[in-house]
Design a protein around this ligand. Sequence first.
Ligand code: NAD
Length: 485
Amino acid sequence: TSEQKSLFIIFGGTGDLAQRKLYPSLFNLYKQGYLKENFAVIGTARRPWTNERYQQIVRNSISGMEITARQANEFSSHFYYQSHNVNDTQHYETLRQLADELDKKYAINGNRVFYLAMSPQFFSTICEHVKTQGLVTDNGYNRVVIEKPFGRDVKSAVELNDSINQYFPEDDVYRIDHYLGKEMIQSIPALRFSNNIFNALWNYRYIDNIQITLSEALGVEERAGYYENAGALRDMVQNHILQTVALLTMNAPTMYTDADIRKEKISALKALRVYDQAGVKQNFVFGQYGAGNGQAAYREENQVAPDSKTETFVAGKIFVDNMSMAGVPIYVRTGKRLTTKNTQIDVVFKNAPYNIFGEDQLKRNILTFKVDPNPGMELRLNGKKVDFDQYSIQSMHLKHEHGEEIQSKMPVGYEKLLYDVLQGDTASFSHWDEVYYSWRFVDAIRQGWQKQAEGQIDLYPAGSMGPKGADDLLAADGNQWHFRP
Ligand code: NAD
């Protein structure tokens, strides 16, 4: 472990993301020695807090972790607070002075991470001011980390990106997709490209279909204000699901380096089949949770319109039209207030060409990536049933669960991603071209759906696995969801 010198400037330092994710992740990096002496954090937000108050908030946010009082004090002593209105030019001058002072005090050598933990409407003004008010250094790196959502369609994403790129080149922009920090999502390339048994089979000849389920048991909670204007397609499909699709369908990178991986992911997302209106109708299903299992309907939630048409569920059949995966249906579904919280990917292989075992119905081989909540893998095989007088086939499962000890050491998503930012490793962040092709695909679906639905949306009972249409989608192809809680 070598120490990474860096000054973090967190815009939105009093917010939910900062307290729940960033401070605990920074602390884990500290505990492991990646952050030690030569680092400092400036938290900024509008409230007029003192350093002491801010440091107390930081200590509170890590209080549930394994930590001694001495560690907590030492760690939090590196945190400084600067009251700041992001629209006020003068405030950046104060911020610059503090940044330069801390750079000297902690011998940071000009390395800076600007973390924009704020609403995207502020991204461009922050980037502009950071650059024009001299907050970027010329002796170290200057990296900008931004949160989702990155735009709400192609047009707004292009505008947002242009406004950022005016001040920071693509290579310095780290677009967070916290799914890419998850251990089992990071395992996809490892399994595909380090095992010839999968490498050889990973194409339309042997894969029948792929299924991605990303289900949440929670409703919209406190995020209804944002969610009403976003919906599941924008909130989950455009980013997390399509990033996962890219990792599952990309060709092998020349080497496992960020530049090579990005190149292949971009190609995969460029190859997404963009639907016309008829295609959307045939291949996509939208739903919204109604009351069920003692839980209120979406329309009864705070900040939600009583006649809201926002989708809290979406399922679809996606194709990536490249040489190896063309024709393989990729079924995806995600939603809120579903039966259980679960993220998994099932790669369903084709049956053996001929069944020599007669009557027995052979089950398809399925490779499952269990992403959340219990990370691991599973492979369904056919084997011989233990039986005296009859030779018959039964299905069996090879299972690997990352046990408790490994799980306790697993970096949480943000920790791994923050570490990568410090390393300058962009592999687990979305390149602009990936964002662009994802929006192009999603825009077509949204437009097709809006025309076709004319404002109608299927309700599903809270606590179910979504509208019936999501099952029909697979049944039409003779398939069914492998994950059925
Ligand atoms: P939040 O509302 O809790 O925090 C926003 C922060 O911005 C606060 O510190 C607030 O004081 C500050 N702020 C607002 N207006 C300001 C201004 N004019 N000048 C200076 N400071 C100002 O929001 P959050 O949940 O922390 O989310 C931040 C960003 O991260 C958003 O883009 C959100 O979409 C994204 N995000 C959050 C989560 C999460 O788990 N909270 C997950 C994914 C993405």
